[in-house]
Design a binder for this molecule. Structure first.
Ligand code: 5GP
Length: 193
């Protein structure tokens, strides 16, 4: 069992609606040492690739992406959620449905920070149905950049996102894969990796 899985068992809380709360160490209060350990592990899995940029989505992906960027020594770009419907020509844009809030957001990345010369590692905190990742992949492709891989902290293996993204042919690495969780008992089962 790795340190993220151990921490999830210790401090993660299973909520109804297939939501795992990790806000005491990942996405509200943040354990920076853990981010660094996770970044080291992403570097182990993707460090042989010519990655020159990390792309994530605000807000919860940012800290994890920064933990990885210290090991890759590359910049982090995060897709911003935008209310504006008048997206001008200076940005790449994708529509993303939020798993936790059930609403749709446009997410944008400035054309200044992503282009055909970029080899991108996409990072996010959770993978559920894959909507956020598909938005980030489509922004990367619109920029003419290359997706070198996708790193996720927690994949919920009982939802479809992982299968969809792997079927598209991307190298997807999840540090913890939850195969089952029960809101009543609080029990969490990880996939053996
Ligand atoms: P997807 O787009 O794959 O359906 O959902 C991924 C996004 O929704 C992530 O960026 C994450 O912020 C949020 N998310 C999905 N499932 C969970 C969950 O169980 N717990 C938390 N904290 N966030 C989740």
């Amino acid at each position: 069992m790795n340190c993220l899985e151990e921490r999830i068992l210790k401090d993660g809380v299973v909520k109804s609606g297939n939501v795992l709360k990790v806000d005491s160490f990942l996405n509200h209060q943040m354990d920076v040492e853990l981010m660094d350990e996770m970044g080291k592990e992403f570097y182990k899995r993707f460090g042989h690739k010519p990655i020159n940029k990390i792309l994530t989505i605000e807000a919860s992906g940012i800290a994890i992406a920064c933990g990885a960027a210290r090991h890759f020594r590359v910049p982090v770009v995060f897709a911003k959620k935008s209310q504006s419907v008048n997206i001008d020509g200076d940005v790449y844009c994708a529509e993303v449905e939020s798993f936790t809030h059930k609403n749709k957001n446009n997410v944008i990345v400035s054309k200044k920070f992503l282009g055909p010369e970029d080899h991108v590692l996409i990072i996010d905190d959770f993978l559920a149905n894959g909507c956020a990742l598909q938005g980030l992949v489509s922004i990367t492709e619109a920029a003419g950049a290359t997706v070198e891989g996708i790193g996720i902290a927690v994949e919920k293996g009982f939802q479809i996102g992982g299968r969809v993204i792997r079927n598209l042919g991307y190298q997807l690495e999840s540090l913890a894969i939850v195969d089952a969780m029960d809101a009543e008992s609080g029990e969490i089962t990880f996939r053996q990796q």
